[in-house]
Design a protein around this ligand. Sequence first.
Ligand SMILES: Cc1cc2nc3c(=O)[nH]c(=O)nc-3n(C[C@H](O)[C@H](O)[C@H](O)COP(=O)(O)OP(=O)(O)OC[C@H]3O[C@@H](n4cnc5c(N)ncnc54)[C@H](O)[C@@H]3O)c2cc1C
Length: 413
Amino acid sequence: MSKLEFDTVVLGAGIVGVCTAVHLQQRGRQVALIDRKPPGNETSFGNAGLIQREGVYPYAFPRGVGALLRYALNRSPDVRYHADAIFKVAPFLFQYWRNSDPARHAQIARSYATLIEHCVSEHHALAAAAGARDLLRPIGWMKVFRTPAVHDEEVRTAQRWHDEYGIQFDALDATRLQQAEPDLDRTLHGAVHYPQSDSVSDPNALVTAYAKHFEALGGRFFTGDAQTLREGWEVQTQEGTIAAASAVVALGPWSDRLSERLGYRLPLAVKRGYHMHYAAQAEARLNHPVLDAEGGYLLAPMARGIRLTTGAEIAFPDAPKTPVQLAMVEPVARTLFPLGEPLDAEPWMGRRPCTPDMMPIIGPARRHRGLWFAFGHAHHGLTLGPVTGRLIAEMMTGEETLVDPRPFSVERF
Ligand SMILES: Cc1cc2nc3c(=O)[nH]c(=O)nc-3n(C[C@H](O)[C@H](O)[C@H](O)COP(=O)(O)OP(=O)(O)OC[C@H]3O[C@@H](n4cnc5c(N)ncnc54)[C@H](O)[C@@H]3O)c2cc1C
């Protein structure tokens, strides 16, 4: 079979790979997008759907002794671990913990915020071009609180983000929270609303719409195994060999399997997470995504129903599902909002692809001509997909870049 020639092959059709493919194709590159599944069917399928404009500080490792002890006991609903994985992941966790030191975290935020600043506007531009604006809801999202002390602490944090980065927030007391969300538990103390963030009613539909837009621009999607990539660059697909001058690795939590084979030992780990959909009882309505900050889970109104998503599970990526956190938080969530029957036969599980400094790897690979990396977006891959796609396409085509790409270079590892 003859080879199919392209300028660039993008490996992985999650939100990051699809956005990269669109941005390159828009700039006149002939792009082949490869995945073993249809676009948007792994991590980008099941997230909480938040486009987190307020997320200038990436999620840090808890530093307080109380929190560390609580996590060590492994009974916390927000973070759990598999004992057999903890020794393998320990070096990663140690680096993550060090980078979460307040001064270092603030320094990381200064770089990270340059990406976050553009997350909503870049989604809007892409969704408008793809005819998918109706999937983005400009309603923000809320953290709700049961105790005054935790509420006050979050208001102080939000005020700091406002002072440092202009992040808007609204501190709601119990009365205003009940007006905004009449069907939530009436004993809640209050909430913080982040109005500049968008939320997506169906993350898979959004990635699918962006992928269709890519094809409408002339790009081609192929089913194939990215692990067949050979220097040159060539990759095997169901429709034959794809050859291209450049290759972008955007395999989310599987990226290190390919990068390691190419000689890059990168300190990546995954934080697994689960979701399950529920009907709402009777006439009950949830107007915003709502994080129960003290309960360690999030409820988001989605096209399919109310999606309950869990916190982080530290485990081997391929270990069987252990939806313990889901089982722990479901009864609590039922007291927060009148959930009806489950709508899924079994819990969905995804893997957040994480680096120890909480920032993605975006840019050229140092030892191979034409090889590029775009992965490690952790809790914010949906948020940062379009910005990442634009940044990497600008770098690859020699354009002036929207933000300084140097903090995201693989060289830092
Ligand atoms: C419970 C949960 C809630 C979350 N909530 C949010 C949120 O509200 N907002 C937010 O911004 N982020 C959220 N995230 C994180 C976000 O979902 C991820 O950061 C993002 O989806 C990562 O996108 P990606 O394109 O890098 O990876 P993926 O979506 O996993 O894409 C990688 C692709 O590579 C493909 N692939 C892998 N190996 C191969 C191979 N050998 N050959 C071919 N193809 C291959 C896969 O099939 C997949 O399609 C959440 C994550 C979880 C788990």
